[in-house]
Design a protein around this ligand. Structure first.
Ligand SMILES: Nc1nc2c(ncn2[C@@H]2O[C@H](COP(=O)(O)OP(=O)(O)O)[C@@H](O)[C@H]2O)c(=O)[nH]1
Ligand SMILES: [Mg+2]
Length: 292
């Protein structure tokens, strides 16, 4: 008998959702940053252990939206939560206890799926405090893959008995072009200061998979002409570093050499523009989901 189900990694921004997804899957699929709101679109990661297939969904952090892109991110997260078999409510262990999930999510009632509180960043606790918290809840740390097996043991019985949805060998389900954009955004969070990463996105323009190295032409978008120079950097240093970092991740993911051909463009205020957002993967969802 097989078990297979969908599990959300949900919580506030910066609690360690993406890091935990990567630890669960054993590959750097989801981008990680000390800056909040790096994850914009759900990232799906698979783990198949003998008779169980775990389909994890790393979701954008739940917060009060400040502009249209953030509203779309929130809608995507809430829409995903409605389709789950289990919701993991991630909360940093040093800030335990976690608030009720529905309060965090701004929902009138808890989701239909069961919610399991998981305390993250357990490595930041003293041994005494950790032992105390572990008596009442699950504590994990993505750093050091700590508590992962115990977490999987808790999840397994909550998954429905049914056949696998994906090949047991697969780790991800999204196309390579998705990860091209994500890894470039991750590099942007690291290299472009505090504000600019939020105005930054990328779009794959051309993808020649049969070439060696694989040729990928990408447009990098910022919101103002004046920001283009910052992305390029003196003598092209910054854009070169962005490309190198993203390329290293991509080559690890697909196992072949990659050539990234990067071009910088300005798309004024794209984060507030419905058609630009739709183009970048944030279409309008049905109005009843936006809720309050
Ligand atoms: N000490 C510690 N830091 C962590 C752990 N997991 C994540 N972090 C850090 O917390 C920050 C946010 O992580 P991220 O996974 O991007 O959080 P998300 O916004 O919830 O997806 C990053 O700086 C991570 O390196 C952990 O287990 N221990
Ligand atoms: Mg994240």
């Amino acid at each position: 008998m097989h078990r297979c189900g969908h599990i959300a990694l949900a919580g506030a921004p910066n609690v360690g959702k993406s890091s935990l997804l990567n630890a669960l899957v054993g590959q750097h699929l989801a981008i990680v940053s000390p800056k909040a709101q790096a994850t914009r679109l759900p990232v799906t990661g698979l783990r198949t252990d003998a008779d169980t297939q775990f389909i994890f969904h790393d979701l954008p952090g739940l917060l009060e939206p400040g502009y249209l892109l953030q509203s779309r991110m929130r809608e995507l997260a809430l829409e995903a939560i409605r389709r789950m078999d289990l919701v993991l409510h991630l909360h940093p262990a040093p800030d335990a206890p976690a608030p009720p999930f529905e309060r965090l999510a701004g929902l009138p009632q808890p989701p239909a799926a069961p919610v399991l509180v998981v305390y993250t960043k357990g490595d930041l606790l003293s041994a005494t405090r950790r032992a105390e918290l572990e008596r009442e809840a699950l504590v994990v740390a993505a750093r050091g893959d700590d508590g992962i097996e115990r977490l999987l043991d808790r999840i397994r019985p909550a998954l429905p008995e049914r056949d696998f949805e994906y090949d047991p060998e697969d780790l991800g389900v999204q196309p390579v072009r998705f990860f091209v954009v994500e890894y470039l955004r991750e590099a942007a969070f690291e290299l472009l200061g505090d504000e600019l990463p939020y105005a930054f996105t990328a779009e794959v323009e051309e993808f020649r998979e049969s070439e060696r190295p694989v040729y990928i032409r990408v447009n990098l978008f910022v919101e103002r002409e004046s920001q283009k120079g910052i992305v390029i950097g003196r003598g092209g240093q910054t854009i070169k570093a962005l490309g190198a970092q993203a390329r290293a991740r991509l080559e690890e993911l697909i196992g072949t050499p990659v050539y990234l051909d990067l071009w910088v463009k300005a798309l004024p205020n794209w984060r507030k523009n419905p058609s630009a957002l739709a183009r970048f993967g944030f279409p309008e969802t049905s109005p009843q989901l936006s809720g309050t």
